[in-house]
Write a protein that binds this ligand. Structure first.
Ligand code: CAO
Length: 432
């Protein structure tokens, strides 16, 4: 299992694409791996014959673990004995690294200095760019390559370690200390970790299905969110009759540009304005500080056969309705077709979850940390509504907003959603 990306350390075999005895050529996909919210093919690095497959669908594999053994021919056309590919190369490299890691004690910094300095500069640059955002990605954590290796070996998540070195740089000692701590929080995060189930078969037939990576990650994330964020969900509804007329009128124009103008795209556009007007909904909480972001990236929950994925549309405030429709369509398709990259699902400040295409009169979405708010959209339907003294047929869309009550007060929640509804009812309200 090669290194796929900086912060990906393991994955699940989603499909084995070859059989023992198969001839394979360079770049031919061998297995499909589901990793941190994305799936990717692992291609062969050589022409050869599959000698042995060491994994099966559903297995969890770690980076550098052997996936399969490939018999390849060397440059003279002679069979090399069971060369292990692609994972064995990784393994050999990893052994080299281990030896080096051992050598790298006192003089490690000298050995690694060029690379390390470069690394440090890049990391410092990154940490300057995100100076107010301490909940970093693994790649943004200041630590030397040898410390990263040690953390990988000891199964320590560097994003949770506080560095004691200059500029909060994480040392090998910090990693060791963290590894010694009882990992209560981690144990708690595992859904159902300490629940013992009864034997259901005593009451009737049962079957089991392995939970795929994405569903497991979603389960872990929503559990963590539910346990750590004090959620409040606020409901409101908007008269979307006029906006729906506008949408249908402009549908033809959009179709000419090869795209469907959807309710979600319109809500994305409104969210761009709403997040500027209500900066706390675009923020994150960092201990005693609120991190306000001055860019406006919005995630959209997409229902896929593999589970919930949330691609992020960047800088929604700068894009036209048509651009937003195109991007939403592209990203939702990529998510459904397993082609979405992890980075296309990162960096969101706020999320829209539209279940209206399916149905429902209201729901309480769960905030995606480190975000602090999420908009839930239910099904717009025609209802009899009093307009002045007259009962009229109007299309009403139910909306909800769940928010982190540590950052957002009830009145803020009510104001935010009411403003959103006002703009749906009369886009002129944006100017107010
Ligand atoms: N009310 C009424 N109808 C709605 C609607 C709403 N709120 N939202 C969408 N629709 C309609 C659309 O108009 C469309 O109708 P037509 O086929 O007649 O044109 C149909 O439902 C399907 O919409 P769509 O899916 O093509 O387009 P969309 O932009 O509205 O939605 C997306 C895109 C990605 C949000 C959606 O496909 C999806 O995956 N939704 C599920 C999200 C989810 O799982 N959320 C739960 C996450 S946990 O919080």
């Amino acid at each position: 299992m090669p290194d796929i990306a900086e912060n990906v350390e393991k994955g699940t075999i989603a499909a084995v694409l070859v059989s023992e005895g198969d001839k394979v050529s360079v770049d031919q996909p061998l297995v499909e791996i589901e990793t941190d919210k994305a799936s990717t093919d692992i291609p062969s690095e050589f022409d050869g014959v599959v000698a042995e497959i060491k994994v099966q669908e559903g297995d969890e594999v770690k980076v550098h673990q052997v996936i399969l053994i490939l018999e390849v021919e060397d440059e003279d056309g002679q069979d090399e004995q069971e060369k292990e590919k692609p994972a064995e190369k990784g393994k050999a490299e990893s052994h080299g690294e281990e030896e080096q890691a051992e050598k790298e004690t006192d003089d490690e910094k000298k050995d690694d200095k060029g690379r390390d300095n470069q690394d440090q500069e890049q990391e410092e640059q990154k940490s300057k760019e995100h100076s107010s955002d301490k909940k970093r990605n693994l790649s943004e954590v200041p630590a030397a390559p040898s410390v990263r290796r040690l953390a990988r070996e000891m199964d320590v998540d560097l994003t949770r370690v506080k560095g004691s070195g200059p500029g909060e740089r994480i040392t090998a000692e910090d990693v060791k200390k963290h590894a010694d701590k009882p990992q209560q929080a981690d144990a708690k995060e595992k859904p159902g970790a300490d629940e013992k189930l009864p034997d259901f078969s005593q009451w009737g037939p049962v079957s089991r299905e392995k939970i795929k990576t994405i569903r497991r990650l979603t389960a872990e994330n929503v559990l963590q969110s539910w346990q750590t964020i004090p959620h409040v969900t606020h409901f409101d509804e908007a008269d979307i009759t006029n906006l729906e007329k506008f949408r249908i009128q402009h549908q033809k124009k959009a179709e000419k540009q090869g795209v469907k103008l959807t309710v979600t795209a319109i809500l994305l556009k409104i969210a761009g304005f709403a997040l500027q007007k209500f900066p706390r909904f675009n923020a994150s909480l960092d201990d005693n500080e609120i991190v306000f972001k001055h860019y406006f990236n919005v995630g959209v929950a997409v229902d896929t056969p593999r589970g919930l994925l949330v691609p992020v549309i960047r800088d929604v405030n700068t894009k036209s309705l048509i651009q937003l429709s195109v991007e939403l369509d592209e990203l939702a398709n990529k998510a459904r077709e397993r082609k979405i990259a992890p980075e296309e699902m990162q960096g969101g400040n706020f999320t829209i979850s539209n279940l209206g295409g399916i149905g429902g009169t209201g729901f309480t979405p769960i905030v995606l940390p480190p975000q602090v708010a999420i908009l839930g959209v239910s099904r717009a339907v025609y209802k009899p509504v009093y307009v002045g003294d007259k009962l009229k047929k109007r299309m009403i869309i139910p909306l909800s907003v769940s928010y982190d009550h540590r950052v957002i007060d009830g009145a803020d929640g009510a104001r935010f959603l009411r403003w959103f509804c006002d703009v749906i009812e009369d886009p002129f309200a944006i100017l107010q």
